[in-house]
Design a protein around this ligand. Structure first.
Ligand SMILES: [Cu+2]
Length: 294
């Protein structure tokens, strides 16, 4: 008699604890995210969850009620009926209606996820073993993004930082309030570009280009993190994604900065190439030629 209340107290304590932490940090539920797609997904998740809760409460409630109310110990006899067309039609039609009701918002969300039209900016994302490459197709900006967590943290020789394995040398910089189209592909094996706050998880498949998009809320600039979500080799866990969402002005400033850096690098390369041309083909010395001829 003593064990049951103790067990119950433990269960209540565990659930109570989880509930209180979940209210503080929302760790038990999906994040709402910062794009219309991620918010639609969250809304859809909540609708479906509450439909499931209602069905669960109704079905289990009826079962438990029937088991207790009509138990054999209370003198009830099992009913002897067999087949009922009316009941069978009811239990077919009701779930059918529920499924249709759930399919409407699900289809709407799905269609919107695939609508990449009227984008202000296109970024091509390429997954490599084991880093990401970002190509701002219209702005001629291209760079790679590698994990920047140092080896001491990974090898337990130093305390792990706040963003352990979720930090990169160069984040993907995006503007808020603008529709951005992503073209996702892979260079070697299948990767998956996954940023929960943007509501995106898109496979990066060699030879294919998958499309997706994001429109980050104008009032939500910030840093959003993600990971590769497709097992892609030994360093699959070492190719995180960091998105730095900037205001429009800050983004423009960043683009100009990148362009300047690219131009400077191109000029430098031109100079090196030009000087190496001279090295390979020295200007001919006419006097020498004449001397040889005479
Ligand atoms: Cu990967």
């Amino acid at each position: 008699m003593y064990r049951l209340p103790k067990l119950l107290r433990l269960v209540v304590a565990i659930f109570g604890m989880q509930a209180s932490t979940s209210y503080a940090s929302y760790t038990l539920n999906m994040a709402k995210g910062v794009t219309p797609v991620s918010q639609n997904i969250h809304e859809l998740h909540m609708i479906i969850l509450w439909v499931c809760v209602a069905i669960g409460v109704l079905v289990y409630g009826l079962m438990i009620y029937a088991i207790i109310r009509h138990r054999k110990a209370a003198g009830h006899q099992a009913a002897a009926f067999h087949e009922s067309t009316a009941v069978e039609i009811i239990w077919t039609i009701i779930p059918f209606i529920i499924l249709i009701v759930m399919a409407v918002p699900a289809t709407k969300t799905l269609i919107s996820m695939y609508d990449t039209s009227d984008a202000a900016l296109t970024v091509k994302i390429t997954g490599h073993q084991w880093y990401w490459e970002y190509d701002y197709v219209d702005d001629n900006i291209k760079f790679t993004s590698f994990l920047s967590t140092n080896n001491d943290e990974i090898n337990n020789k130093a305390p792990k930082g706040e963003h352990y394995l979720l930090e990169v040398d160069k984040p993907l910089v995006l503007p808020v309030g603008k529709k951005i189209r992503f073209l996702v592909t892979g260079k070697d094996v299948i990767h998956s570009w996954w940023v929960p706050s943007l509501g995106i998880k898109k496979d990066a498949i060699p030879g294919f280009i998958n499309e997706t998009w994001a429109l980050i809320d104008a009032d939500k600039p910030g840093v959003y993190r993600g990971q590769c979500a497709e097992l892609c080799g030994v360093k699959h866990g070492y190719m995180p994604i960091v998105v730095d969402a900037k205001s429009e002005e800050d983004f423009k400033a960043w683009v100009n900065e990148q362009r300047k850096a690219t131009n400077a690098a191109t000029n430098e390369t031109d100079k090196v190439e030009a000087s190496s041309d001279f090295a390979i083909m020295p200007p001919c010395d006419e006097s020498k030629d004449k001397a040889t001829l005479s």
